[in-house]
Design a protein around this ligand. Sequence first.
Ligand code: HQG
Length: 180
Amino acid sequence: MSPRSTKVSKYLAKHLRHAPSEIGLTLQPGGWVAVDDLLRAAGENGFPITYDELVECVETNDKRRYSFDETGDVIRASQGHSVEVDLQLEEREPPEVLYHGTVDRFLPSILSVGLNKGKRHHVHLSKDFETARKVGARRGGPVVLTVDAGRMHRDGHEFFLSANGVWLTDAVPPEYVTKT
Ligand code: HQG
């Protein structure tokens, strides 16, 4: 990602996940907004983005955070929202094991009450260890937890897979979490 794309990505994260109303946008079901509305709102609110910059940001994004629908007329963040929106994700059977990256200081709480979603819609889980390690490293020395996703699913917990490959669930009770 170019430095400009990283800036655009951060702006999109803020307004497609957390604060659309701050620039006069409302997310449609699925989290979609019209590309024209987004570009107009960004320009009117002091962060002009060209259509080509938007496409470059979507296509080169390190985590494929954003996608256009098949018409190309609307865009959304695939996951990570805090604003209330129905992402219309389909329930999926998860792999036997998923990983969650965090830091040491959260461990006592996580091992006692489990993983909770905090401000986001879901707890975010990764299918590979390395991705989880990077997620944890955003906050300090990373600690990777193993989640018994297969067992959770058999016990009735729902899982969803975002368009960019992040596994999502409502909460992970502590009995399914192990420190690796
Ligand atoms: C922790 C980024 C104490 C949890 C990433 C995490 C991801 C608890 C933090 C995506 C807890 C929440 C999401 C408990 C959970 N007690 N701490 N009971 N349960 N926590 O940012 O998973 O770059 O909301 O371990 O790559 O870190 O934005 O979630 O440390 O995919 O696209 O509370 O965000 O993607 O933090 O990250 P977050 P996350 P993007």
